[in-house]
Design a binder for this molecule. Sequence first.
Ligand SMILES: *[C@@H]1O[C@H](CO)[C@@H](O)[C@H](O)[C@H]1NC(C)=O
Ligand SMILES: *[C@@H]1O[C@H](CO)[C@@H](O)[C@H](O)[C@H]1NC(C)=O
Ligand SMILES: *[C@@H]1O[C@H](CO)[C@@H](O)[C@H](O)[C@H]1NC(C)=O
Ligand SMILES: *[C@@H]1O[C@H](CO)[C@@H](O)[C@H](O)[C@H]1NC(C)=O
Ligand SMILES: *[C@@H]1O[C@H](CO)[C@@H](O)[C@H](O)[C@H]1NC(C)=O
Ligand SMILES: [Zn+2]
Length: 610
Amino acid sequence: MISNTLGLWLLVTFAVANCKLSENQMKMFLANSYEKQTSDSCYKLNDVTFAFNTDIRNKQKEQFLLNTTLKEAKLSKEIWEKYFKDVNPEEYKDPILRRELKKLVIIGDAALEPSKLEKLTNAVNKMTSIYSTAKICPYEKQKCDLDKEGLNLEPGIEKIMSKSRNYDELVYAWKGWRNNSGAKMRNIFKDYVRLSNEAARLNKFSDNGALWRYAYEDENLIANMDELWAQVEPLYDELHKYVGRKLKCRYGNKLDLNDGLLPAHLFGNMWAQTWNNIAELVLPFPDAPSIDVEDGFKKQNYTVLKMFETSDQFFKSLGLISNAVCYDVSKGAMIEKPTDGREVLCHASAWDFCDGKTYRIKMCTEINLETFLVVHHEMGHIEYFQLYKDQSISFREGANPGFHEAVGDTISLSVSTPKHLHKINLLEKYIRNEKTSLNALMLKALDKVAFLPFGLLIDKWRWDVFNASIPEDKWNAHWWELRNKYQKIKAPIERSEKDFDPGAKYHVAGDSQYIAYFIAHILQFQFYKSLCMAAGEYNPNNKTIPLSECDFYESKAAGKILRDGLSLGHSKHWSEVLEIMTGDKKLNAQPLVEYFEPLYEYLKKENNRI
Ligand SMILES: *[C@@H]1O[C@H](CO)[C@@H](O)[C@H](O)[C@H]1NC(C)=O
Ligand SMILES: *[C@@H]1O[C@H](CO)[C@@H](O)[C@H](O)[C@H]1NC(C)=O
Ligand SMILES: *[C@@H]1O[C@H](CO)[C@@H](O)[C@H](O)[C@H]1NC(C)=O
Ligand SMILES: *[C@@H]1O[C@H](CO)[C@@H](O)[C@H](O)[C@H]1NC(C)=O
Ligand SMILES: *[C@@H]1O[C@H](CO)[C@@H](O)[C@H](O)[C@H]1NC(C)=O
Ligand SMILES: [Zn+2]
């Protein structure tokens, strides 16, 4: 599908273009020099970006990254202007070629003139750098030498957010982080918005939000996201209500529930985006044994490397490709926070160097269940990279960006079942009964259901900012309108337009889109249900064994579904890929709702009892 603005533009410009490659010439060009040039460029860019991200205070690496970015952008712009800019994809017969060209007519930021591209690149690098070097003083010593005693987000500040139950200490960390990250980038973000929009217009989009949405090949993306949200909002509301009551028990008069909004700093997470760190406050049956694998990690002598190896074993058990290369430190991976004085961008990520053999993970891995699942998430990206490596470079991408984020999470849903954790000796004994089942399901809901409104609102906010429907002097206020409306949470202290709370989230500072995560949180349950049925682990007509207890470990049939769908990369429209993988052509939250059904019934009953 193609957006209307773009389609119109192509018709107009094509009329004046006077030189174009024939169908065969274009195919030859794409398969040979274009393929080689773009893969090389991708390798170089990844190489210097990785070097900078693992040493972010190094000015020389920063400069080298900027130089390389500009040089590669210049090259790709030259190619674009010569071969793609004035091409009308509809003029070509081969549907695959047409699909490829529809992508190649968009060049993104590189359309900017060099001085502006430099400004934009600098803006993003600066915001990323503010974000990853921001520090606050410890609560016990609020006047400290930041360089020596200050706490970074990972692990220091996150530890406070997840472990502390001291209301005032949590306010302190919540506010301090925003002071020193988001607030410091508000002005840079203005430049970023202006320049990103300018680039989008050069690509013939009305604004950068429209350009971002184009990647989803869905003309009704916004309405479709709203529809998915409507499917899951009742479940979120019951969870929110239940957790709110438990927080009230814990924090008493500090909490005023009259407006139905909960303060954002009490959920065990800096953004209240996942709530599993406060599980002990909200489990329905606190006295029933719950999934505690901390002991397991110790008894099994877990190292960071072993977490990766265990994850790789799961992928291999499905008959998929080993990801061993991506966590091999001798091949450049970074799987632990360095102790040699370098400051690094800890935010976990998976890298495809586009040469069909170099893949890396960058992560400051700690040993616990949460990060164990993040390991699987990143490994999912690597598996996807490897499965589509034989596609042409334009198609070496997810069917849509949401697919990429869903793969590892689908695996995680299986890995984190008590059944599987027991199988790999992380959980010694597990007695399955109604109480432990509801506890386990609650643990999952605190992660997956709690995330949904957050996953939705970040890009809703940015779409509104990019198309200027929200003026600059209402940016922070609008952020809180959306946080109120969707997450039903409020700031614990007064906010103003001096603050810039969106920038306190990595993906906003780092120019990284977010709606993919919302889609992935819906999609992973569609994938999971389908893989579970293929593995004979779930029968929708007999729910004696609920969906949430399926473990498709070692199922070659499940592996085949992943391989068949993911190896297509971006070469087919995502709805076709989805159909191959699930039999469904549309994104649908029904499998998610089905997964949480027993918990939903329980929460409704409990919430009505009071
Ligand atoms: C970056 O480019 C500038 C100007 O072309 C040059 O002077 C500088 O040496 C380059 N720096 C690095 C680290 O490559
Ligand atoms: C945050 O910034 C405000 C205004 O600059 C200041 O008054 C406050 O003390 C800061 N708080 C923290 C926790 O850094
Ligand atoms: C873990 O290490 C201890 C002490 O070195 C050893 O006795 C034990 O067998 C190890 N356990 C496993 C599962 O490897
Ligand atoms: C801007 O985008 C939002 C979606 O984020 C949409 O609801 C709104 O109508 C758009 N406004 C304008 C002026 O285009
Ligand atoms: C449903 O599944 C359970 C567990 O596998 C089995 O014991 C039971 O017989 C099944 N019921 C029906 C109606 O197939
Ligand atoms: Zn990811």
